[in-house]
Design a protein around this ligand. Sequence first.
Ligand code: NAP
Length: 349
Amino acid sequence: MSSLLQNSVVRNTLLTVGATTALYKTYQLANFIGLYTRRSLLPRYLSQSPSSWAIVTGASDGIGAGFAQELLASGFNVILHGRNSSKLSDLKSRLQEEYPSRSIDIVVADATDVLKSVSTITDFVKEKGYLLTVLINNIGSVTGLGGPHFTTIETISAAHMDALIDLNARFMLHLTRSLLPLLGQYRHKPSPTTDTDTDSTSPPETTSPHPALIMTISSAASPAALPFLTLYASLKSLASTFSVALGHELALLNRPIESLGILVANVSSAMNKSPTSLFTPSSRQMARAALEKVGCGRREVWGYWAHGVQAAVVFELLGRRVRERMLGKVQLESWRGERREVTGAGEKE
Ligand SMILES: NC(=O)c1ccc[n+]([C@@H]2O[C@H](COP(=O)([O-])OP(=O)(O)OC[C@H]3O[C@@H](n4cnc5c(N)ncnc54)[C@H](OP(=O)(O)O)[C@@H]3O)[C@@H](O)[C@H]2O)c1
């Protein structure tokens, strides 16, 4: 070994590899720190006249409600979407008190009725004539219509499977497709006037498009490909790929629309009752962190810094076997635990 190191070619090669690795790691660290300390370019999507609107899907609770608060705090008017009108009205009243100078509107539509809900939301935005500059594709669920949290792909019912596909994929895809032509487009509605020069049959006045943002929420379940959440993880991969490919497509078409995917790990929310901790932010903290990434120049990022640290360890440092052993044990235990709760404490696996 020592005679090998005395060979100058070997020594220089090792030194070069070591120095390059150290440089690369320093570059990665600097990039990481830069990403989580930079200033958000969210104000790019804010317009004063007419004032801009953001829509948040699944806004009545959890991270969606956090997004609504943070967008109002950043100067946007907000459309709250959800399925429960009294929950949405309560949230609207609370937020209106907190942000009296902003406008808040509500659209009620059950996302599992995909095409109907998408047309309800699209017609709502069109009829109101809002300048929509932000779409937050937040809605998503592990449980669908109250099904089990953990399932095997063989035992999941067809209805539960469809509900998960609707909630995590079809709704987001159809809504984005349907709202894209409206994003950043302000169609000035001609007001009824006595001006004889105005032809009432002339089309509404259009202006050049305002920059707009589509933010799509994905999950750590996707890169981790979590077992017993197999369908959810797959659908979140669809959300990730859709967001990234859409961003690329819009850039190639020179459309002034940023599509940013946000990867999310554990967050305290209505769906996830974990207490907050260093690695489990509150829903509002998560939403703020996600919005801080706007304009970062990437197509998908871990929104919250501690999730970024976890991801670096789990997906970059650990090999697949170690990762699978570690995550698999937790998932298997969780699945068994839930089954025991459902089928009775005495059941043996
Ligand atoms: N929390 C986490 O640990 C975590 C981790 C990774 C990724 N995520 C992702 O983050 C996003 C938000 O999750 P969350 O934890 O905030 O979820 P949540 O607490 O369960 O909130 C979900 C929101 O969606 C609404 N919603 C559910 N089903 C609906 C339907 N059929 N039609 C209309 N609205 C419906 C809920 O309305 P109601 O108030 O009526 O129930 C609620 O406002 C999801 O995409 C999720 O996959 C979360």
